[in-house]
Design a protein around this ligand. Structure first.
Ligand code: C2E
Ligand code: SIN
Ligand code: SIN
Ligand code: FE
Ligand code: FE
Length: 623
């Protein structure tokens, strides 16, 4: 999935516009243009572009003023702005920073630098979308008919939704903050709950589902199904729990339908976070440039560690600081500390003339002669310090300083961007946990609709995974298969009860409806990019090897392997279970039946692997 960006190019010089258009042409963004400041403002409010490339000197309103006005209006405040300035025009750059520009493009254009800047900003926009999606997901959690809670590693609730509060008879979900779920469990459930928590916290199992008894504030007992999984964030382990009241077994179809449509709008998960604008790469590019353009002999980049409030050595080249003593310094310690604390550059032409109180600084003096430290500041925040050293004694020229300063500004922007990326990648991991929990919720709801298929989805999922593993499918494929198997009959939600629960054989009209269920599944799920690869099973699990299946009459290898595997398991589990229209078959009869369909309904290789799996399982239970 692509979020293409809209970019507004503002320059009164047609040649500059043409150049920019040409460089950006292959990126696939929508490009729009304005020649004047006032036109630019009008076009921004009309098109709400993701990025504005903004010239400074224009007839009428100049670029700084356009920038200030965009920053002042709430709808346009977040739009990224890159100002077009000449490389050596330091005054313009500082003025642009004050007006709120996010960065600068130098005239004449350096193609790769321009592209790098534009890519960074358009990627960042994508991640902003993701954050919005995450907020919507949080809202979905609040609206969910299931009780949902987030617990910290010690079991205290850090977030609980309204449904959970209602279930437990608590008026306000906030009253649950800091409480343990254990308070609401009956004694017979407590041990099982605790061992379940241990299983997910230790990572022994990704998720656990338990049937437990809870006691609401009013004293009444409620049978519940609790599912939970754990993940780690900056603050340690977090457990996500879904609590379902199973005294109300049947869920309204409408509710699930609504969840589907809500989830459909949360498409952002399909945006693969491939752009690894990680800090390490950013810093190494920075250091390359310092060496190439400033001819320094050594560079250290120190970044503020939010946890320790120390300046940690994040990257270094040309100097081997003894690791134990000098990798972290206090914010106000030594020469880098002065630059960080005063937010001003520190420049020393000859270290040997200085009276240095700090052993780290004295160590640098033993190896280098001149020294300069530049604070890294972005959005008013001090992020760290870059220090550069030279062996010979130099008084830096004006150009040299300006270049260093400009590079530091750009580095600071890049570093804060990298930090944001890391944060958002974490958000993405959490989002995918929530999705998995939601899928399990659906799948249970599906089984509940028809008492007799209860547990069917979980059983077929487990068995399908075993068979798929045996047939050497990759871990990634197994992930899709798990989701696909859990949701395989989601399409049956479109089949009315009178058909689904009919105690006898179906008429041909009724079959007509029943045979739509893989198509419904496809129509609903294909709107969710996160589930694209999981679609094979819901869509193709009733296809047959010889082409006589439905809905598409695929044959042989045309049927996705996952669906061929699943079809055997589905039939196995269906025939071993009660249905409204028949009693379970004995195991031997089911095995013989499946064998007899090898090569007609089923892929012979899958049948062979399945029968071997069954043999192995039986041997395990016999011995
Ligand atoms: P299901 O009950 O989950 O069954 C899945 C598949 O297992 C069936 O796909 C079929 O291949 C196999 N299977 C299940 N029960 C039997 C059986 O009694 N005999 C044989 N030979 N195979 C069986 P299929 O046939 O495409 O059916 C799809 C779904 O349609 C079934 O899902 C069930 O929900 C419904 N269905 C099928 N036959 C009847 C019926 O006679 N009456 C009612 N009320 N529903 C039926
Ligand atoms: C899919 O894999 O997209 C659905 C099943 C199929 O195409 O056969
Ligand atoms: C199938 O539909 O895939 C085979 C099971 C059957 O119809 O008996
Ligand atoms: Fe089915
Ligand atoms: Fe099924």
């Amino acid at each position: 999935m692509q979020y293409l960006s809209t970019i507004l190019i503002v320059d009164d010089d047609a040649y500059v516009r043409a150049m920019l258009r040409q460089v950006l042409a292959e990126e696939g963004h929508e490009l729009i243009e304005a020649m004047r400041g006032d036109d630019a403002l009008r076009m921004v409010s009309e098109h709400l572009p993701d990025l504005v490339l903004l010239d400074v000197m224009m007839p009428g309103i100049d670029g700084f003023e356009v920038c200030r006005q965009l920053r002042a209006a709430p709808q346009t405040r977040e739009i990224a702005i890159l100002m077009i300035t000449s490389l050596d025009d330091r005054f313009s750059r500082l003025q642009g920073m004050t007006a709120g520009a996010d960065g600068f493009i130098s005239k004449p254009f350096d193609r790769s630098e321009l592209l790098a800047q534009v890519r960074t900003i358009t990627r960042l926009n994508r991640y902003r979308h993701l954050l919005t999606e995450q907020a919507r997901f949080a809202q979905l959690i609040q609206l969910s008919p299931d009780g949902i809670a987030t617990l910290s590693g010690d079991g205290a609730m850090t977030l609980a939704n309204a449904s959970l509060a209602a279930l437990l008879g608590v008026e306000d979900p906030q009253q649950l903050d800091g409480q343990s779920l254990e308070v609401f469990l009956t004694t017979d459930s407590l041990d099982r709950y605790r061992s379940g928590v241990d299983l997910v916290l230790s990572g022994a199992q990704p998720s656990v589902r338990l049937e437990l008894n809870m006691r609401a504030v009013g004293g009444q007992q409620i049978p519940v199904e609790v599912s939970f999984g754990a993940f780690r964030d900056q603050n340690g382990s977090v457990i996500q729990a879904i609590v379902r009241d199973i005294s109300m077994r049947r869920r309204a179809e409408a509710q699930i339908q609504q969840q589907i449509s809500q989830l459909t709008s949360l498409h952002a998960i399909g945006v693969a976070i491939t752009a690894s604008l990680d800090l390490e790469t950013t810093l190494s590019v920075l250091i390359d440039r310092l060496f190439a353009h400033l001819h320094v002999d050594a560079v250290n980049v120190l970044l503020l560690n939010q946890n320790t409030q120390m300046l940690d050595l994040a990257a270094s080249r040309g100097v081997a600081l003894p690791p134990d003593r000098y990798v972290s310094v206090a914010q106000n310690e030594g020469l880098p500390g002065i630059a960080f604390f005063t937010r001003r550059p520190v420049s020393i032409a000859d270290l040997s003339c200085e009276d240095l109180h700090n052993s780290r600084d004295r160590y640098l003096r033993d190896h280098f002669t001149s020294y300069m430290a530049m604070p890294l500041i972005s959005h008013e925040q001090s992020l760290g310090v870059i220090e550069v050293m030279k062996r010979d004694q130099v008084e830096p020229s004006n150009d040299w300083r300006i270049f260093f300063e400009t590079l530091s500004i750009q580095a600071a922007i890049a570093i804060s961007t990298a930090g944001l990326f890391a944060q958002i990648q974490q958000a993405n991991v959490e989002l995918s946990h929530s999705y998995n929990a939601t899928i399990e919720g659906w799948s249970r709801a599906l089984d509940l609709r028809d008492h007799e298929t209860e547990g069917h989805s979980t059983r077929v999922t487990d068995l399908t995974l075993q068979l798929a593993r045996r047939m050497r499918l990759s871990p990634e494929e197994l992930d899709h298969i798990r989701r696909g198997a859990l949701l395989h009959d989601i399409g049956k939600m479109g089949v009315p009860d009178r058909i689904l629960l009919k105690p006898g054989p179906l008429s041909s009209d009724e079959w007509q409806v029943m045979r739509q269920h893989p198509i419904y599944a496809y129509q609903w799920l294909s709107a969710i990019p996160f589930l694209h690869e999981a679609l094979s099973i819901p869509y193709a699990h009733h296809e047959r090897w010889d082409g006589s299946g439905y809905p598409r009459g695929l044959r042989g290898d045309q049927i996705p392997l996952a669906a061929r595997i699943f079809a055997v398991i589905d039939t196995w589990d269906a025939l071993r279970s009660v249905r409204p229209y028949r009693m379970p078959w004995p195991e031997a009869r089911v095995l013989a039946h499946i064998q007899s369909l090898s090569g007609s309904h089923f892929d012979p290789q899958v049948v062979e692997a399945f029968l071997a799996l069954m043999r192995d399982q039986r041997e395990l239970t016999v011995h």
